[in-house]
Ligand binder design. Sequence first.
Ligand code: NAP
Length: 306
Amino acid sequence: MYDIIIVGAGPAGLTAAIYAKRFNKSVLILEETTYGGQIINTLEIENYPGYKNISGFDLMTNMYEHAIELGSNIKIEKVEKITKEKDIFTVKTNNNEYKSLSIIISTGAKSRKLGLPNEEKLIGSGISYCAICDGNFYKNKDVAVIGGGNTALDDATHLADICNKVYLIHRRDTFKGESYLLDSIKNKSNIEIITNTNVIELIEEDNKLKEIIIEKENTKSNILVSGVFVAIGQIPSSDIEITLEKDKQEYYISNDCKTNIEGLFVSGDVRSKKYRQLTTAVSDGTIASLGAIEYIDKIKCDKVTE
Ligand code: NAP
């Protein structure tokens, strides 16, 4: 029996573990793949206080080692179901079953896909969801970025410095991303902005992306590109079987990271909230952990006085 089981080893989960261990709680982290979350793929982070510039890999490795050196256990298993009976949570994974007094879900979010035929097949051969990770594979080539948020604008700016030409394709005529980012796009001569347009087909040749078919006001045309960077937002990793309240986009609803199930907390990008940043994930991890610690101390104290 653990005091706290943390699901997910990204910035929120690892921060929660660090706080819990410093309060001498027993901690098990269950992670489906590897530590670090999405940010581990970011080449340069320049907005994490205390580091003027650090790679996602270095920052997340530091956080991971910090959590492990304080005595957190970690297992690579996928959590499938969580139930609660009296004060005890049971966590069922693909391999095992674990029990705890409290749970923190920090499973993050994943890139949304276009849902086009060929998309899955061409991942790594023309389709990417991370311009920072994969941009260099398309040096001096023509590429497209799809999306209208901050990620798409950031990606287009980054790729313009590496690639020959960047088509920024957005389905509306106005961008959701911030105006200062749009201004920097407009200053790049090799970015062509294409609005009110949908990408409707990904054409391959010899198992590599060759061109895309776009549609604008019922007129179809093609663009030859070697790479497409899909930047159309995130979907939460909130598929655990559990009776938690979710918002319309399937993010877990919480109040100060507390959920509708007492003793179960959510933190990081999987939580319904406005701003999803590294710093807000870390903040959530802290709040969820302190909430869990307070909850555990209370139920242990209640048991002693019974
Ligand atoms: P986002 O803000 O949700 O934007 C997603 C964009 O993709 C929207 O423009 C949306 O179009 C479009 N889209 C969604 N589904 C689509 C589909 N099926 N086909 C075509 N287009 C589609 O996502 P994001 O840009 O990844 O940003 C996520 C969060 O991270 C935001 O809070 C953002 O501010 C933050 N972020 C910040 C920075 C920064 O501060 N520099 C950098 C990156 C991300 P509609 O406009 O039509 O809905």
